[in-house]
Design a protein around this ligand. Structure first.
Ligand code: IVH
Length: 673
């Protein structure tokens, strides 16, 4: 019996690891998400009943969950060296000349992208991932194995057929895709959390988190580019061979590497990627050039710091010098105070830069900014301009340091900074103008109450004229129509539209209302989790901090924020008014009223943007005609409804699985037939 269970666990582990490899490395869906989850659940249940048979690399651990109180320091078996680098093509030519002089003739080079993330060294024993260590000082680094195990593209177990050695180390770069960076940073901003300056900082901040379940929520990816093993030179003749081999063992290896016969080929590769890099989904900061043949690598050897057989060419981050005029402090909807540098306009990477974010007080301190300093500006991660340094030679004598304010620049309230947080907050959340306006604008937003006919500018104008100061005032606007018509450019038609939009918003479900309230740290996902767990505002109001924190994925910081929000009489009176106005404060089971059955038994997935319909509208339309929505592309999917800007990977996947791709027009035709 126990033999059977053990082999069932082994079989499920192997099967799920294969699916993960197919999906995350080869971008191939061979099983539906649902079936995958079922198998995962089956394995989880078996493992919890028979923990002795759980594999240390079980796919059930991929979602994370271990809290590491501190990372152990681990000595690297082979030191993690860095690379010499250059920004000059002439120096690349000189590198080639040095190599040719030592070896006596021309050699092949492997050109690779220089991924802009953090380097990692993975140890595999008998095909199993046993350790993941950061670079640290090159001699020893942090053991971050639990966190690295949450990265889907890194195999926990290599496929048994692959001919890998018993013990090897493989090195590569962990990074975050630009889209994930933007999405998560926006979410952090919405939740009033500090943001990261670029994907690299986000990735390295993530890998150092103590809680691996938090790491699992931040999608990281990895490319491997270097193999170490005993007798490597006897097994492989060259770096290129080893890259092909490790790819066949199941590792994610970039397809953009190239074998080059001459330095001219290398320079062509560099030129190509200097522009093409902007089309990549991740950041690179240069090109790595490696002598291909292991025998020649050995002959060339190392300096104290780096190999003589490799170098890197770094792309010039476009940089400009300009004057810092002033620093202003913006107060956001949640009260977070962000310093912004106002600069003398300067042209940088094709756009005129006038402002740069300074993130927080630490950043001002780090740069040691003084009034009227001449500063260097770069496009950080090609997205947000940032100040990278000060030209001290041009500092005015007697210039005073920039001082972060003690009080809110908008309302004068004393600023607070919570322990361990970089951000200062204005605590006067209900009486500080930008917070009031920001909260009203947040409430009407598309992903919140989605109030049609009421826009951000109208909110400002209504606030300034005294029609709005609390969210609940929105629902009294219909009684003030006589006064509203007097407002310039706001005719009866606009008023009718707005009133209709406000009325419509009363149908929004509880989770949207909870998100729309703008409680600090309560973003879209948190609001959903709280709504579905507590089912009603009444239950949420009755919950203690511990009870709120006990909800899956809700940390103590969020719990405290929600609890304190619901303790304040001013908020409770607001909530009462909103409830009286008819907003939903309970989870309602979704009952889809069928308008027809033309799509019965068919499954759909919507992707991209559409000119005439929102995705929500299309979903409602499909469901009301008997169709079912799926959340990913699998062999169970009948139709992919594609709009503009659909991701290329979705297209490839759908084509591979021969899922018909239809437009919104074609969907409507199917419904009408
Ligand atoms: S090879 C001994 N290949 O760049 C050679 N490094 O400045 C070891 N990096 O620490 C490195 N992409 O974090 C290599 N394709 C690539 C790389 C790469 C990014 C990083 C890596 C390394 C740093 C060296």
């Amino acid at each position: 019996m126990s033999q059977d269970i053990q082999s069932k666990i082994e079989q499920l582990t192997a099967e799920l690891n294969t699916y993960n490899y197919q999906y995350y490395v080869l971008a191939n869906s061979v099983i539906s998400d649902y079936d995958f989850d079922q198998k995962l659940k089956e394995l989880e249940a078996l493992e919890s009943a028979y923990p002795e048979y759980r594999d240390a690399n079980s796919p059930t651990l991929k979602v994370g969950g271990d809290i590491t109180s501190k990372f152990n320091t681990v000595q690297h078996r082979w030191p993690m060296l860095s690379l010499s680098n250059t920004y000059s093509e002439q120096e690349l030519i000189e590198f080639d000349e040095r190599v040719q002089k030592s070896i006596g003739h021309a050699v092949q080079y492997v050109c690779e992208l220089k991924f802009d993330g953090l380097s990692i060294s993975l140890t595999y024993e008998k095909g199993k991932l046993v350790q993941a260590v950061t670079r640290g000082d090159g001699v020893q680094g942090d053991d971050v194995t639990n966190n690295v195990r949450t990265i889907r593209s890194i195999p926990h177990q290599l496929r048994s057929k692959a001919a890998y050695p018993d013990l090897f180390e493989i090195r590569g770069e962990i990074f975050m895709h630009k889209s994930a960076f933007l999405r998560l940073n926006n979410e952090r901003e919405e939740n009033g959390e500090s943001t990261y300056a670029n994907p690299r900082n986000f990735a390295s901040g993530t890998i150092k988190l103590q809680d691996s379940s938090e790491v699992a929520k931040r999608p990281l990816d990895c490319f491997l580019y270097f193999l170490y093993m005993d007798n490597r030179n006897r097994v492989f003749q060259s770096h290129w061979d080893s890259l092909n081999a490790v790819q066949s063992w199941g590792f994610p290896v970039s397809d953009h590497s190239k074998l080059c016969a001459t330095i001219q080929d290398v320079l062509d590769f560099v030129h190509y990627w200097d522009t093409a890099r902007h089309q990549l989904t991740f950041d690179i900061d240069g090109i790595v050039i490696k002598v291909n043949d292991y025998a020649y690598q050995e002959e060339l050897g190392f300096t104290a710091k780096s190999p003589r057989w490799a170098t890197s060419y770094k792309f010039k981050a476009e940089r400009a010098e300009t004057r810092l005029n002033t620093v202003s402090y913006q107060v956001g909807r949640t009260g977070a105070v962000t310093p912004v540098a106002n600069l003398a306009p300067v042209l940088l990477a094709g756009t005129t830069v006038r402002r740069a974010s300074l993130h927080n007080a630490n950043e001002i301190e780090r740069l040691d900014l003084h009034q009227n300093d001449t500063v260097y500006v770069e496009k950080g991660g090609e997205i947000i301009p940032k100040i990278v340094g000060v030209n001290l030679e041009k500092r005015m004598p007697g210039a005073t340091p920039i001082q972060y304010p003690d009080s809110c620049p908008e309302c004068g309230a004393g600023l607070v900074r919570q322990e361990g947080e970089a951000v200062h907050y204005c605590p006067n959340e209900d009486h500080c103008e930008p917070q009031i306006i920001g909260k009203l604008q947040h409430f009407i937003g598309r992903k919140m109450m989605d109030i049609q006919g009421l826009g951000d500018e109208t909110i400002v104008s209504f606030y300034k004229q005294g029609f709005l100061s609390h969210i609940s005032d929105i629902y009294t606007l219909k009684d003030k129509q006589d006064l509203l018509v007097n407002i310039e450019r706001f005719g009866q038609k606009s008023i009718d539209n707005m009133i209709a939009g406000i009325e419509q918003s009363k149908n929004k479900p509880f989770e949207k209302v909870l998100f729309a309230l703008g409680i600090r740290h309560v973003g879209e996902t948190v609001a959903k989790k709280l709504a579905f767990h507590f089912k009603s505002l009444l239950h949420l109001k009755q919950a203690s901090i511990d009870e709120i924190a006990a909800v899956q994925d809700i940390g103590i910081r969020i719990a405290e924020s929600v609890y304190h929000y619901l303790q304040q009489p001013e908020h409770l009176s607001e909530l009462n008014k909103l409830e009286a106005a008819g907003l939903n404060f309970e989870v309602t089971e979704k009952v889809v009223e069928l308008a027809g059955n033309s799509l019965e038994g068919k499954t759909f997935l919507i992707s991209g943007v559409f000119a005439t319909h929102s995705r929500e509208d299309l979903t409602a339309l499909i469901e009301s005609h008997g169709g079912k929505m799926l959340s990913s592309i699998s062999s169970k999917l009948n139709y992919l409804v594609a709009g503009d800007k659909m991701g290329p990977s979705k297209l490839v996947k759908a084509e591979k699985l021969k899922v018909p791709i239809i437009s919104d027009e074609q969907l409507l035709q199917m419904i009408n037939q």
